[in-house]
Design a protein around this ligand. Sequence first.
Ligand code: NAP
Length: 501
Amino acid sequence: MSHVITQSCCKDATCVPVCPADCIRPRPGDPGFRTAEMLYIDPRLCVDCGACTGACPVAAIVPDDELGPATSVFADLNRFYFEHGPGAVDRRTPTPTVPGRMRLAHEVAAAAAGPDGSTPGGWAGDLRVAVVGSGPAACFTVEEILARAPRARVSVIERLSAPWGLARFGVAPDHLLTRRIRSVFERVIADPRVTLRLGVQVGVDVGHDELLADHDAVVYGTGAPDGRLVGIPGEHLPGSYPAAQLVAWYNGHPRAAGFEPDLSSERAVVLGNGNVALDVARILTADPDHLADSEIDPRALRALRSSRIREVVVLGRRGPEAAAFTAAELTGLRHVPGLTVTCSTPAAQVSDDATALARQKLALIAELPERVGSGGDRRVDLRFGTTPIEVVGDRAVRGLRVAPTGGADPAASTAIACGLVLHAVGHRSVPVPGLPFDESLGRPPTLDSRIVDPTGRPVPGVYAVGWLKRGPSGVIGSNRDCARETVQALLTDLRLEKVDE
Ligand code: NAP
């Protein structure tokens, strides 16, 4: 997902300094700015946060999934500019961050507020909210509360000693521009109406009931930190881990403090082919000297310097038309220096009803070579239509048995020799003592952003946002809309409650 600049672009460039990913070009002063027909957004870097849409005075910027038949060509135009046009060159000079230029939602709302501070559809009275978690979903929630309820006081409760959740411990360490989103969150939390309480775990240091008694509402945005395993024999052998564990390790998350993946074999296999799979494949095969310029944890970098892994096989159980990674991330992977991306399974037929996105992804996959040339490149091999059957090994992983998906003949299975198997097949939330939890969903049951009890009735004053609410899907910017929805539910309930009183 990314945003796209369309026809009405007026080139006033107010969007450029507000972009936390610095992905809009050309800028005033760049060669070609005066002669450019419009500005463009680099879809490989856009974090889909929507900050530019708020800054654009002519509503020229839209999310790519809202493009229609007449405007879809702008997605290609934006991309083309950076892949083949002047943007391929002028991306090399970063725009200095302009602190204070971007107006956050609550700042915009404050400017439009009435004399009593009220905003349309907002809440003019006092309000005390606890937001649990300090990742993207939590921070966008705080921003939205401040925008809609100017007299609100918000306590942000974070169990770790460092804030920003996924934006610090989930986003790949080499995605430095995406990580810049933290500057938006820093500004939200710096608001005097917000108190950030680090190192406080709900259920351990403070009870859920206690929190609820002290606030008008509690919003949980605690994400889905635990990685899932596929559920095959041998998956608990040393060397077979949730990809989330490796992500925690290379991002220096405290829970990976004792984790030491064995990187002594030449091949690793990643199960699943979403963006997390591509992230871990890229980090395992990247040149450590390049990673040294990233925000990777020093301990992980040291281990990767002596890693013997030269190939990562990324296994998709379905065909390439159903690949879960985004075209942007595949494009990014293909541009890693010293890395060759191959696809050793035959190209799929394009069905007549394939979406433009699927066609584009298939076209990208079809361009991949089947095998590496004779050079010493590291390699990521994408394999499709392949189901993992068993992790093989005695005391540690030695291989993975796989079979064609849907194949009836068990004898058709083959083994891939490897020393590391990473399960990148989704995430689960962690239960909070005192809150309902649905084991089958891997998160609390919710209805319209409200956490509900086992009978389906909303627990008064308790809400969910982000991956805890909608499951592990979407990029950082997806949480902005999700937060709007949650805060809307909270304010609706508040109004009803006050009418009842
Ligand atoms: P994901 O995109 O949902 O991908 C999960 C993968 O696991 C899919 O390929 C899925 O295959 C596979 N899978 C699930 N169950 C399986 C099983 N039993 N056996 C084999 N394969 C199985 O999840 P994710 O990669 O964890 O990413 C989560 C979200 O974070 C996504 O929205 C992603 O885009 C986002 N994210 C974004 C970035 C970025 O923008 N740079 C980076 C990381 C994550 P099927 O499709 O066949 O179910």
